[in-house]
Design a binder for this molecule. Structure first.
Ligand SMILES: C[S@@+](CC[C@H](N)C(=O)[O-])C[C@H]1O[C@@H](n2cnc3c(N)ncnc32)[C@H](O)[C@@H]1O
Length: 258
């Protein structure tokens, strides 16, 4: 009898696969956390060895081309892999539960590559001389980052970064369907995470050409990303999202709710 029990309790191959998928999701999340925290240092120039204004010297034209290519690589990965058609195709080969984690991992690797290969363009465009205004602008940038983090928790932090999916799979449950949400300030702006990024990138007490290039290209990319994201959200949530779009501003809450 004890032998029968021990056979019954032995983890099946499926359980092992679920555990491996869960650990993979955890690693992907850890890499993402490191990458996003590093991004704060990279953009602000504080606390990390390689920042937006440091790195191998290059001519202005080389630096401009390399940096633009690095941002284009990230944009293609980040937008391409988020599209429904791509997801439908590659989840034929990759289990559904690790699709989001893999997406997050790939985006993090593209960003790390960008940090590593980024060439500085150190000419100063503006420099705030007044120490109080300097601190105010630097603080505003951190408020932007805080908005990004807080908003991920409002939407669903663990689903956005793939942990909820691998945790559900580990428990033998299906992947939870995405829910439409408008918590707190999502009632006033549809894209607080992107607004937070824009604030974090532009609120710079010392703005170099390199930083300006980064802020300008990422802001343009955010608008392109919003176009594709909203097209998908309309398809996913239908009338609910159409009404939300009619009543709520995209980034800046400048008009009243309808
Ligand atoms: C990086 S988040 C950005 C969310 C939002 N655009 C923002 O800036 O706060 C992208 C994911 O959020 C989801 N999403 C965006 N708005 C949402 C909402 N109101 N409710 C639920 N999910 C949403 C999208 O489907 C997408 O998977």
């Amino acid at each position: 009898m004890p032998k029968v029990n021990s056979i019954r309790q032995a983890p099946s191959p499926i359980r092992w696969l679920r555990l491996i998928a869960f650990l993979y999701g955890l690693v992907a999340y850890g890499v993402f956390l490191f990458t996003i925290v590093y991004a704060i240092g990279f953009v602000s120039g504080i606390g990390v060895p390689k920042t937006i204004d440091t790195g191998p010297e290059a001519s202005a034209i080389d630096a401009f081309s390399i940096n633009t290519l690095l941002m284009a690589l990230f944009a293609v990965q980040h937008s391409g892999m988020a599209r429904k058609g791509f997801k439908n195709w590659w989840t034929r080969y990759v289990p559904n539960c690790i699709e989001r984690g893999t997406y997050v991992l790939m985006a993090s690797l593209c960003l790390m590559f960008l940090y590593w290969q980024w060439r500085p363009l150190p000419t100063v465009v503006w420099r705030v001389e007044d120490p109080d205004i300097f601190v105010m602008i630097a603080t505003l940038s951190f408020i932007g980052w805080a908005t990004v983090f807080a908003s991920t928790f409002l939407i669903d932090h663990f689903e956005l970064f793939g942990l909820r999916q691998v945790a559900a799979n580990l428990r033998g449950r299906g992947i939870p369907a995405p829910q439409f949400k408008t918590p707190l300030y999502y009632k006033f702006v549809r894209h607080p995470i992107y607004l937070g990024f824009i604030i974090a990138f532009w609120a710079a007490p010392i703005m170099t050409i390199g930083h300006l290039l980064f802020a300008a290209v990422t802001t343009t990319y955010i608008f392109v990303g919003i176009f594709f994201e909203e097209r998908d959200l309309l398809e996913l949530f239908g009338e609910q999202y159409r009404q939300y779009k009619r009543q709520t501003c995209m980034l800046i809450p400048w008009r009243k709710l309808g």
